[in-house]
Ligand binder design. Structure first.
Ligand code: 5CA
Ligand code: ZN
Length: 409
């Protein structure tokens, strides 16, 4: 499907460094890519409700990675999915009394507008679950051929025992896995399964649910295998980074990787698994199911500058769990105002070259956005304090903020 309008990205002098990122599977900082290309798969939205700030934080975090890679002169291959058929979407459409496709299309369109407003660089491949059904069916067929799929009353399951490395992505105890599996859409207690953690690959048709004809029978794809199939088709095994919010570590990313590893007989699925922390509101994780949400689109409708929303997000390191507050937004608005005031001081621009170096260094160290903001803050303070101390044009600072942080001054 179509993605969204790409922002313009100014070219910066010189080249940046390839960032180190924290890989959840090894628990270590690793170089995010080797070679001249860099490949990224970020799990996209399930479009049943508008983009909340938690989603925005996730896509802004990986946008920083993409920007740093481009600045390092790499060719970026970026793939994102849209889970445009799944239980939560069908349930919400039913509640609303509307067609699930209409709901999905409307929410996906809103998401595109949010992403464009936040100056997030779109993926080259933006792939819906529905359009990926042939890929999913093919992947399940291949799992079957390898004995890594079995039938439970007409539904098809992935046996976690088929992946000798099962558990290596998520690094949780069996008890933790079981608890999270039940919490996050799994069915540990279904009779007929070989292991409580085995996950659904293909759900045969139920009355009133959408279904597609396939060699597996009429039905629809399970969630995890959707991302396995899309990532394998568009990036192949051993791509650089799989990303998403930390709520996806288990079961989603573990199942994605295990199915891919069982299907190809090789590993790893991704070289690094990188996670945005959870954004909360009023002490609880923002989630569509809980309904404690702040929507990017609503803030925009209330005339909040999208660059202030982006700055409010960037004030937190991506790995941090944090809380959205009105005070945080106000602080971001003031920061934006201050940076813009400094950028208007045409004769100023103290130490512009240092700003570029400082922001590059901050991003190279596990995408440390707060450190990058502190570098620009120091420049803004110096420039506003001494507006006549002409050194270099503020254009370089503007371009740095725009190209590396996605903040247009
Ligand atoms: N469609 C699946 C992924 S294949 C999905 O999780 N969709 S979602 O709409 O629920 O979430 C979209 C992305 O936002 C995911 O990467 C998810 O991990 C992330 N996310 C969801 N809630 C939050 C939150 N409160 N804070 C940070 N990120 C979040
Ligand atoms: Zn996914």
């Amino acid at each position: 499907m179509k993605a969204w309008v790409a922002p313009e990205v100014p070219r910066l002098p010189g080249v940046g460094q390839v960032p180190l990122v924290h890989d959840h599977a090894s628990g270590q900082r690793r170089v995010s890519t080797r070679g001249e290309q860099a490949s990224l798969y970020v799990c996209g939205i399930t479009p049943y409700d508008a983009t909340h700030i938690g989603h925005s934080a996730t896509y802004v975090a990986f946008d920083l990675l993409g920007r740093a890679w481009r600045d390092a002169g790499l060719i970026v291959r970026y793939v994102q999915n849209v889970t445009d058929v799944d239980d939560p979407l069908l349930e919400r459409a039913e509640q609303n009394g509307e067609d699930w496709q209409v709901l999905a299309e409307r929410q996906t369109e809103l998401f595109r507008d949010d992403m464009a407003a936040l100056r997030v660089i779109p993926p080259a491949e933006y792939v819906g679950a529905v359009e990926a059904i042939p890929l999913v069916v093919e992947a399940i067929e291949r799992l079957r051929e390898r004995g890594a799929a079995y039938d439970v009353d007409g539904d098809i399951y992935f046996p976690v025992a088929a992946d000798p490395n099962f558990g290596q992505v998520s690094r949780l105890s069996p008890g933790e896995m079981r608890e999270l599996f039940a919490e996050r859409g799994g069915d540990p207690d279904r009779p007929g399964k070989r292991d409580p953690l085995d996950s659904l690959l293909w759900r045969h048709e139920r009355p009133g649910e959408p279904a597609w004809e396939s060699s597996l029978g009429r039905g629809r794809p399970g969630w995890h295998v959707e991302c396995t199939a899309i990532a394998l088709r568009h990036l192949g095994m051993g791509f650089d980074v799989q990303g998403g919010g930390s709520d996806l570590i288990f079961p989603h990313h573990q199942m994605c990787a295990s199915a891919a590893q069982a299907l190809t007989g090789s590993s790893p699925f991704a070289h690094a698994y990188v996670y945005q922390g959870m954004v909360a509101l009023d002490g609880e994780k923002m989630s569509k199911s809980k309904g404690n949400l702040v929507f990017s689109s609503q803030l925009r409708a209330d005339s909040v500058d999208p660059m202030a929303i982006r700055l409010a997000v960037l004030a937190h390191h991506y790995r941090e769990d944090w809380e959205w507050t009105t005070d945080g937004l106000r602080a971001a608005e003031q920061r934006l105002e201050r940076w813009r005031a400094a950028a208007r001081v045409l004769t100023g621009g103290a130490h512009a070259g240092k700003v570029l170096d400082g922001v590059r260094d901050a991003l190279a160290a596990d995408l440390d956005a707060p450190a990058a903001l502190a570098v620009v803050d120091a420049w803004a303070d110096a420039t506003l304090a001494d507006g006549t101390a002409a050194s270099e044009s503020p254009t370089l600072v503007r371009d740095t903020c725009d190209a590396l942080l996605g903040i247009k001054l």
